[in-house]
Ligand binder design. Structure first.
Ligand SMILES: NC(=O)c1ccc[n+]([C@@H]2O[C@H](COP(=O)([O-])OP(=O)(O)OC[C@H]3O[C@@H](n4cnc5c(N)ncnc54)[C@H](OP(=O)(O)O)[C@@H]3O)[C@@H](O)[C@H]2O)c1
Length: 334
């Protein structure tokens, strides 16, 4: 194998406030050949996720990203060399590949993907993003036709899928997003029934006005003040799927708890369930087939927000945390 160079981004220190580019350091090193049971992958598309910011703060559902680590990231890549019978050069794979050109990964941590599909779909709607929206709505929130579904971070990766598939399921869908333009886009381009701008003030009144019959399902991507406001509009036996809490990821201090929990949950018999999509991956084939079918029928529009070049990864994450993305944020390499 000719000697390859691996360009990479390393976390140089643990950030203690809003993310800035100087917490990452650029480096270059020779690529190590794969050992027994390992696969060498050339990265093609890297996922930019709010959770990457949370992984820098401490242990979550996965290990913390520590100073000196190549920044952890889910991604798609092409097998260059394999020391595992399950993979051959040219296979398209997904896994935790990191912010780098090449990853050496244990074969058991990679999943083969269908290379005839578009990478834009495989990085988002047909993988973690789409599956999170799907299982959060159908398995966690048990959404039913006729429900009013409120979705926060509605113009983001998971939100754009959750809102559109709730419409497909026969629900009335209201999005929460930052800014008038994003809100208009949700209604005009994605078919939401209404959208409320959490940056425009009096969110409780805005949600009440947009959901005159109350909220049956709240798909919560953000926590914090939006969750507080949503709680007041929940119907009896409403369901809240706690998907993420991005409003607190980029702050040094943990977000304040809601004074309405548990009182309101008790009086209105509301159920609130957290979930991690990884627990549902055994059912991914059916979910993926349905998502792909809705795309093919033109009922689900995948929305991607792709930056070019490994160099752009830190700014792509900063941009995402500031809400300057629409749909699935990713970085394309090569
Ligand atoms: N449970 C799971 O297994 C799982 C899997 C994947 C993702 N997630 C979670 O799902 C959520 C969405 O992830 P994503 O990848 O789809 O990201 P995303 O929605 O594409 O990007 C994050 C969005 O959050 C919004 N935001 C940022 N700060 C906010 C604040 N203080 N208050 C309200 N909204 C804020 C921004 O949009 P605005 O312009 O609207 O502010 C931004 O676009 C995250 O919480 C993530 O951790 C969970």
């Amino acid at each position: 194998m000719t000697e390859l160079t691996n360009r990479h981004w390393v976390l140089s220190r643990t950030p203690d406030g809003p993310l800035s580019p100087d917490v990452f350091a650029w480096g270059e090193a020779p690529v190590a050949p794969p050992g027994p049971g390992q696969v060498l992958v050339r990265n093609r598309m890297l996922s930019i996720d709010p959770a990457q910011r949370a992984w820098m703060k401490g242990r979550t559902y996965r290990e913390q990203v520590m100073p000196g680590d190549v920044m952890h990231a889910f991604g798609l890549g092409e097998v260059v060399a394999s020391q595992s019978p399950g993979f051959v050069a040219g296979d398209l794979v997904e896994g935790m590949l990191g912010w780098q050109d090449y990853a050496v990964a244990p074969a058991g941590e990679l999943t083969k993907r269908d290379s005839s599909q578009s990478l834009d779909h495989l990085i988002g709607v047909l993988s973690i993003t789409g599956l999170t929206a799907y299982h959060g709505l159908f398995d966690v929130a048990q959404v039913r036709a006729g429900d009013t579904v409120l979705v926060s971070a509605a113009a983001g990766a998971v939100g754009t899928v959750a809102g559109q598939i709730a419409k497909i399921a026969g629900c009335r869908v209201v999005g929460v997003a930052g800014g008038e333009e994003k809100c208009r886009w949700l209604v005009e381009a994605l078919g939401y029934d209404a959208a409320v701008d959490y940056k425009a003030g009096d969110l409780r009144r805005q949600i009440r006005a947009a959901c005159p019959d109350g909220v049956d399902v709240y798909f919560d991507n953000v926590g914090g003040e939006v969750l507080d406001a949503a709680l007041l509009s929940m119907n009896q036996r409403g369901r809240i799927a706690c998907c993420g809490a991005v409003s607190g990821y980029d702050d040094a201090a943990p977000p304040k708890g809601s004074p309405m929990i548990p009182g309101l949950l008790i009086s209105k018999r509301i159920s609130m369930s957290g979930f991690i999509v990884l627990d549902y991956l055994a059912g991914r084939e059916i979910a993926e087939r349905r998502l792909a079918g809705w795309i093919a029928e033109g009922r689900l529009k995948p929305v991607v927000d792709v930056d070019d070049g490994l160099e752009s990864a830190p700014n792509a994450l900063i941009k995402l945390l500031a809400g300057r993305n629409r749909g699935k944020a990713a970085v394309r390499i090569g």
